[in-house]
Design a protein around this ligand. Structure first.
Ligand code: URA
Length: 181
């Protein structure tokens, strides 16, 4: 674990801990306010993120930004990261060994940001952070407190692109976050 961003960011350069390194263009480390009260954790970079090296800049990210705008959140006020930092081929779900290899980087980011609230975007984030037995359908919209951090599991923004009905739930979940900060 590193006690400063510079060393943590340096340690990740050229990472070869898992096979996702073979096809990546960029490591997508994280984006936003390194002292944020609210942190968002997604699954892993897609094609746009891989090219730009920034999380949630593709279609799903645009939708998330629209929700942010409606709720008065600016993406530069929060901190955004993913379970894995390199793009899984064809945007498949990260395999367990890939997530496990990458999680210590994310844990270190959480320690440095010290967020009050972590929004878990979708099943992969929920399972890897709070427990493999948990289901996003059962947990979404409900606060879970662990070691002083309040977690809000919600839909992954890509799920909203496939199912319009999830948009209102996503909005309500983020509204709870805004009201709690
Ligand atoms: N989906 C994710 O989970 N993370 C991103 O950064 C982009 C899309």
């Amino acid at each position: 674990m590193y006690d400063n961003w510079e060393n943590l960011e340096k340690s990740i350069i050229g990472c070869k801990k898992c096979k996702l390194c073979n096809n990546r263009t960029n490591i997508v480390f994280g984006y936003g306010n390194k002292n944020a009260d609210v942190m968002f954790i997604g699954e892993g970079p897609g094609a746009d993120e891989d090219i730009q090296g920034v999380p949630f800049v593709g279609k799903a990210g645009k939708l998330m930004d629209m929700a942010f705008e409606g709720l008065g959140i600016n993406r530069s006020e929060v901190y955004i990261a993913n379970i894995v930092k390199c793009r899984p081929p064809q945007n498949r779900v990260p395999e367990q060994d890939e997530a496990d290899s990458c999680l210590n980087y994310l844990r270190n980011q959480v320690i440095l940001v010290k967020p009050k609230i972590i929004v878990l975007l979708g099943s992969t984030a929920l399972k890897n952070i709070l427990g493999r037995e948990l289901s996003i359908t059962a947990c979404r919209g409900k606060w879970i407190e662990k070691k002083g951090i309040h977690y809000m599991p919600t839909w992954h923004p890509a799920a909203l692109l496939r199912d319009e009905n999830k948009k209102i739930e996503f909005w309500r979940d983020l509204k709870q976050v805004v009201e709690k900060v």
